[in-house]
Ligand binder design. Structure first.
Ligand code: ATP
Ligand code: MG
Length: 386
């Protein structure tokens, strides 16, 4: 078998200065099978182009990018990017390697860094290796957007506070009524800035810890009741009744208590903010048996339901994006920063849980959190029981 023969030759001691095997024909069968297999399996797209600018070899990853049946075609027929073609030609002539960034726009936009190197001069064979930078570029873009959004969110209340300070120093200096009003507004804006900074820090802290499993054991019912009690004055102000519906004793979940309180505070707060005035916010707690990756497990399911206007279907997948708000004005009016659900998502991930969002415009929304329960202790060994 060809492969076996190649592996055997690898084990043999090579005589010194064995000439490196290079393809002498424009035919991929001249690549030793093992080398071909290795190139074929490389996760990065790679192609070899001969002196006549024909594609000599393209591995699987390359075929995934530019399509099958490209061997023996002229390179300009399979690669349309002028700068990559130019780099290939330059490297073919001069033997100088080069590296360029380029973008493939269809079927979906992908960013690559391409390396060209001449791997043989007689006959001329040039290698094109592509490194996928799409996720790095996306992360960079997200970081830029994040900083831009955070600065924008801070700039608005800061401009308001600065404006009122100027007014209070000047025209409103002796106007007692205006002074009280402006000081109140400044208080609200300063509070908004404080909340935003607190949320940003919370998000960073949770993101840093996302891979660290939580250590405590928490009663979801106690956590929900604590969050509901903290928000009841706010609910009362809108005539909203908070109902906690639990009909059974639930198992505890492994978790950080403060983080779980944060989940339910965010969800209940949203249900109040975006719910129906004089309506109801209902939190239902249940348990469910399920088969997980490691066998049978119990799940604790908590859903927060409101009777508000609901959320348009196209907005649902975007709700956990930082700073995303369906109605920016309404959220701002209620002191929202658009970070609440992003924080919830990270906490849920850290707790190995899931969040599901269901909503129909005009019929309210249901946010359901599923958390794995603490595993029951296996029967203790006899020795320990004695
Ligand atoms: N129960 C809900 N009903 C309708 N829309 C909702 C509900 N919960 C969230 N949303 C929408 O999702 C957006 C994002 O929610 P999120 O909690 O992340 O931010 P926020 O409430 O605007 O601000 P923050 O939570 O930082 O105070 C909200 O602005 C709102 O448009
Ligand atoms: Mg919120």
């Amino acid at each position: 078998m060809a492969t076996a023969a190649v592996s055997a030759s690898i084990g043999e001691r090579r005589p010194a200065r064995t000439p490196v095997e290079i393809p002498v024909q424009n035919d991929l069968t001249v690549l030793p099978p093992l080398a071909r297999e290795m190139l074929e399996r490389l996760p990065d797209p790679l192609m070899l182009v001969n002196g006549g600018d024909r594609v000599f070899f393209a591995n699987r990853a390359m075929r995934d990018v530019i399509g099958v049946g490209i061997e023996r075609k002229h390179v300009s027929a399979v690669l349309r990017n002028p700068s990559v073609l130019e780099a290939l030609a330059r490297t073919g002539h001069s033997g100088e390697p080069s590296s360029i960034d380029f973008v493939v726009r269809v079927p979906i936009e992908r960013h690559y860094q391409a390396f060209t190197a001449r791997v043989s001069s007689e006959p001329s064979v040039v290698m094109l290796l592509m490194h996928d930078l799409t996720s790095i570029r996306r992360t960079e873009q997200m970081r830029v957007d994040f900083i831009a959004n955070a600065s924008h969110e801070l700039r608005t209340p800061l401009a308001a506070v600065s404006g009122f300070i100027e007014t209070l120093k000047g025209p409103a200096r002796d106007d007692e009524e205006a002074r009280d009003k402006f000081l109140d507004i400044m208080g609200v804006e300063a509070e908004r800035m404080r909340r935003l900074i607190e949320d940003l820090m919370s998000l960073t802290r949770i993101e840093l810890n996302e891979h660290v499993p939580p250590h405590g054991e928490v009663s979801v019912e106690a956590v929900v009741r604590q969050a509901a009690a903290a928000l009841s004055p706010l609910a009362k102000a809108d005539g909203i009744t908070i109902v906690v519906d639990v009909t059974e004793t639930l198992p505890n979940v492994p978790g950080e208590r403060d983080e779980l309180v944060q989940i339910f505070q965010n969800l209940i707060h949203n249900a109040i903010k975006y719910g129906r005035e004089n309506g109801e916010v209902r939190i239902t707690l249940r348990q469910q048996a399920a088969i997980g990756r490691r066998g049978p497990e119990a799940l604790v399911i908590a859903s927060v339901k409101d009777e508000g206007e609901g959320i348009p279907a196209e907005a649902i997948p975007r709700l956990t994006e930082r700073f995303y708000r369906v109605d920016v004005k309404r959220s701002r009016e209620r002191g929202g920063t658009g970070l609440g659900l992003a924080i919830v998502k990270h906490i849920v991930n850290r707790h190995n849980g899931k969040m599901q969002i269901e909503s129909r415009p005009g019929e309210g929304s249901i946010f359901t959190i599923t958390l794995p329960a603490v595993k029951k202790q296996a029967d203790a060994p006899v020795m320990e029981m004695l």
